[in-house]
Design a protein around this ligand. Structure first.
Ligand SMILES: [Zn+2]
Length: 256
């Protein structure tokens, strides 16, 4: 496998949220990991947008766990017929899962944490990336922004809405691509830490040099799966710790 895949697990008390499930070929890796840490149900399952590297593993996850609520963007304006997507639809049907297209501003609780929807702002985009569900997760004084693959167009829409996007941690949009992470948006978020989910040797050379230079210039520490594999972040609502050391600012092309 040479390509990227996103999957982010949130645990608050006994509540579980999973954002994305990796590629179809890595669905079993995600399932095995969740089972290895004792997870039997997923209260909130978010598929940020219907690309294989985010939702390819959905069917496998849905078939292996009890699912509370599923959130995806409304992409009914697109005729998506990839085999993994049809398997996903079958799995949802078979288990009769509660499936919601969230709206910007919607909030729900995950235990004592709050999840707020910041995007998508439309159901008609040229790029499927811009359908990405963007979430702000708040626990105590700590905020995390999960961008999916939202691009600059979506970032601009989020800023135009005037919602507070400040967060100590950002899961950088689109695997650190320069389609995302505009300086204006990063300045508004003002993060201390950026998470980059990218496969070492990926064919897109993610993360892109200009994005890494921006993070370096802003003194944002980077944690990147291409260097360390799975990253575990822990917070008590004030302090933030990581189980890995920060990475360097090399682009994917330089790292390869
Ligand atoms: Zn992606």
């Amino acid at each position: 496998m040479l390509d990227n895949g996103d999957s982010i697990l949130f645990i608050q008390g006994d509540k579980i949220m999973l954002i994305d499930c990796g590629t179809k070929s890595k669905g079993s890796t995600v399932v095995d990991y969740l089972k290895s840490i004792g997870i039997t149900k997923i209260d909130v399952l978010i598929g940020t947008h219907p690309h294989d590297d985010h939702m390819g593993g959905m069917a496998e996850v849905i078939n292996n766990f009890q699912i509370g609520t599923l959130y995806t963007p409304d992409t009914s304006n697109n005729n998506i017929t990839t085999s993994w997507y049809l398997e996903f639809l079958d799995a949802v049907d078979e288990k009769n899962i509660n499936w919601i297209y969230p709206k910007v501003g919607d909030r729900f609780n995950l235990g004592e944490a709050t999840v707020q929807i910041l995007a998508p702002n439309s159901n008609e985009y040229e790029s499927l990336n811009n359908y990405s569900i963007v979430t702000k997760i708040t626990y105590g004084a700590v905020n995390i922004l999960s961008m999916g693959d939202a691009e600059k167009l979506s970032e601009d829409e989020i800023l135009e809405n005037g919602l507070n996007v400040q967060a100590q941690i950002i899961k950088a949009g689109h695997h650190g691509s320069n389609t995302s992470s505009s300086e204006k948006f990063i300045d508004s978020v003002n993060p201390q830490y950026a998470l980059i989910s990218a496969k070492k040797g990926n064919t897109y050379n993610h993360p892109i040099k200009s994005v890494m230079e921006l993070f370096e210039k802003k003194n944002i520490k980077v944690y990147r799966t291409d260097e360390t594999g799975t990253i575990i972040m822990t917070t008590d609502g004030t302090n933030i710790t990581f189980d890995k050391d920060p990475g360097d600012y090399l682009s994917g092309a330089e790292l390869n």
